[in-house]
Structures are given as structure tokens and as C-alpha cells.
Design a protein around this ligand. Structure first.
Ligand SMILES: Cc1cc2nc3c(=O)[nH]c(=O)nc-3n(C[C@H](O)[C@H](O)[C@H](O)COP(=O)(O)O)c2cc1C
Length: 319
């Protein structure tokens, strides 16, 4: 592994908020930055709602840098958010041009803006001279076709973005198929800013293969792989791992659950957050389907707690 390797935790709406970040960073290593799930609706009065402010309470979590993200097609809103973030002490804002979900993309937001390079150009030209924190972009290859990226290359190259995180799928694909590493290889040499690769790094082997294909890259973003296996970044970096990994995972899951209950004032929606997360974590047990089923059918705190106890008694953590 390249000693300069940087690993970012990808944003997941509904999962990687501040509660998750505060517990994760206490128990795992190998991640250098966390990107927040996207923010929207930054109102005109330049004051964030208490809920948004609470999400942005820390600029780093246990020494891991936090990078807020915005989903917007309004330059003024982006500028407003950057100014608020600057006052809160953040040094970077990330712009989401990757969200593939139709309810977002059909409104020319997220990856739905990628077929409109003039619109992206216009927003970048307005935003970059007007903010004084770094501005990075997270995008896909296009919405309808990877060919859309051809026009975006010059748009991104003439802007002053601090880095470009590329998830090499198109929006319409959602998460189907594979990340298109051939298309990524073709565009990489044409870009003049630091580039971060994101997509389908689920094992140390996946990472090694990509590192061999792109030896000049040293910055990577990992999402589902890290949700399923919180040790993945440390494994990639060759860090020491706890000897009893199932016990470590169990203690993480329990701490996360307690933190969500506290955050949600003991409302049952705390289990909803845990269920979202178990969709990914279950993948690392020997029978993901059964593990997830046990969690999904719980309807009370008691049921949830006994499902977790059963899972750690009956199923093997495989990594
Ligand atoms: C449920 C869900 C929520 C997501 N939320 C966000 C988000 O808020 N912002 C963002 O840029 N990407 C979001 N993503 C995309 C991931 O950050 C990441 O780019 C994607 O999963 C590909 O990386 P991976 O293959 O390492 O998981 C989300 C993905 C999923 C499945």
C-alpha cells in the first residue's frame, strides 16, 4: 500500500450522521475524512435550523476531519452554506452531483445535473470566487450516458475545485452493474485537479486491484464496503486489528444503539436507524439474509435487543 493512502468514508443519507460518526470514530481506524450526508434547504436568513446545526456541531470527530456536503442547484444557496460553514470552522464544502435517486435527479439535482454542463459551469463560476473555503465535487460519470463526462472535463478543469470524487457509474444505473473502471481510466489523465476514486471497494483485494490499475491515485472513498466491514480501512492500511473482532463489532453495535436511543429521546425510531445500518452490516455475517430478517421484524426495544443477542450467538462474523 502507498503510505500516502487517504481513505474517506462516503456519505450515506440516514446512516452516517453525527451519531454514527461519533461512535464509529471511537472504535475503528484507517479513515481520514468523513463526508456528511447531503444538506438541502439552506434558508435565506443565513441561520441553520437547530437540527442542522447539531449535525454540524463538530468540524472533526476524534481527529477525523468532517466535510459537509450540499445538494443544490442554486449558487446563492451554496454560497450561503459555505459562509455558514466557514463561521463554524469548516474548511471545505462538497457539492453533490452524484445522487441518482429519481425524485432528486428529475429535478436536475445530483446526477440529474450532469447532462447540463452549462448549468454546472455557471454555478461553479458564481460559487468559487464568492467563497473562502475549499470547494470539492462528488459526481458520477453522467446521468443517461458516460459520454456526458466529455463535456464536463473542461468545465471542471477550468474551475478551481479542490478535488473531484468520481463514482464511475451513471445516475440511471442507480447501484446496478459494476463501477466502470475503464471509463474512469480514460478520463483520469484528462483531469487537472486531485481525483478521488469511489465505488465497489468492498475488500482489501478490491482496493489492491484498483491501486495497481491507478498507481498515481492515493485518495479513495469507500461507502458500502466500510458499512459492511468497519475494519476495511484499517485492513487496507495494514493496521493492527482487534483479535476478537466479533466482540468488537458487538460492542460497536450496542454503543451505536444506545447513542441513537439517547439522540431520539428513546423513541422507537432509534431502531429504524439501526435497521438501516443492519442492511449493510448483515453482509459480513455468514447468513446475511437471516441476520437481516431477524432485525427487520423487530418492533420494540426488547425484541431488537434479543435479536442482536441471537445474531451474535447463532451467526459467524466472517471478517
Ligand atoms: C442509502 C444511500 C444513501 C446515500 N447518501 C449519499 C449522500 O447523502 N451523499 C452522497 O454523495 N452519496 C450518497 N450515497 C452514495 C455513497 O456515498 C457512495 O458514493 C456509493 O455508495 C458508492 O460507493 P461504494 O460502492 O463504496 O458504496 C448514498 C448511497 C446510498 C445507497
Amino acid at each position: 500500500m502507498n503510505p500516502a493512502t487517504q481513505i474517506s468514508f462516503a456519505p450515506f443519507q440516514g446512516i452516517t450522521g453525527k451519531v454514527f460518526r461519533s461512535i464509529w470514530t471511537k472504535q475503528f481506524s484507517g479513515v481520514d475524512e468523513f463526508y456528511t450526508p447531503y444538506f438541502t434547504s439552506i434558508n435565506h436568513d443565513s441561520r441553520l435550523s437547530p437540527a442542522k446545526l447539531a449535525e454540524l456541531k463538530r468540524i472533526s470527530e476524534n481527529n477525523i476531519k468532517i466535510v459537509p456536503q450540499i445538494l443544490s442547484k442554486d449558487a446563492d444557496e451554496i454560497i450561503r452554506f459555505a459562509s455558514i460553514l466557514k463561521n463554524l470552522g469548516f474548511d471545505e464544502l462538497n457539492w453533490n452531483l452524484g445522487c441518482p435517486f429519481p425524485q432528486v435527479a428529475t429535478k436536475k439535482r445530483g446526477s440529474g445535473m450532469l447532462p447540463y454542463p452549462d448549468m454546472i459551469d455557471d454555478i461553479l463560476q458564481q460559487v468559487l470566487p464568492s467563497i473562502d473555503i475549499r470547494f470539492s465535487v462528488k459526481c458520477r460519470l453522467g446521468y443517461h450516458s458516460p459520454d456526458e463526462f466529455n463535456e464536463l472535463i473542461s468545465v471542471f478543469n477550468r474551475s478551481n475545485i479542490s478535488q473531484l470524487i468520481i463514482h464511475p457509474r451513471i445516475g440511471r444505473q442507480l447501484y446496478k452493474g459494476k463501477a466502470d473502471t475503464d471509463a474512469f481510466a480514460a478520463i483520469l489523465p484528462q483531469l487537472n485537479m486531485p481525483v478521488v476514486y469511489n465505488g465497489d471497494i468492498n475488500t482489501p483485494g478490491d482496493f489492491e486491484q484498483l491501486q495497481q490499475s491507478f498507481p498515481a491515485l492515493n485518495s479513495w472513498m469507500i461507502g458500502r464496503g466500510l458499512l459492511a466491514n468497519p475494519f476495511l480501512a484499517a485492513q487496507i492500511k495494514g493496521f493492527d486489528l482487534p483479535s476478537d473482532r466479533p466482540k468488537h463489532i458487538r460492542s460497536f453495535v450496542e454503543d451505536l444503539y444506545i447513542a441513537y436511543r439517547k439522540h431520539m429521546n428513546d423513541q422507537l425510531s432509534a431502531i429504524g436507524y439501526m435497521k438501516e445500518y443492519w442492511h449493510y452490516l448483515s453482509q459480513s455475517f455468514d447468513n446475511p439474509h437471516k441476520v437481516l430478517k431477524k432485525i427487520i421484524k423487530t418492533r420494540s426495544f426488547d425484541e431488537y435487543e434479543s435479536a442482536v443477542a441471537d445474531i451474535f450467538n447463532e451467526f459467524e462474523w466472517q471478517l
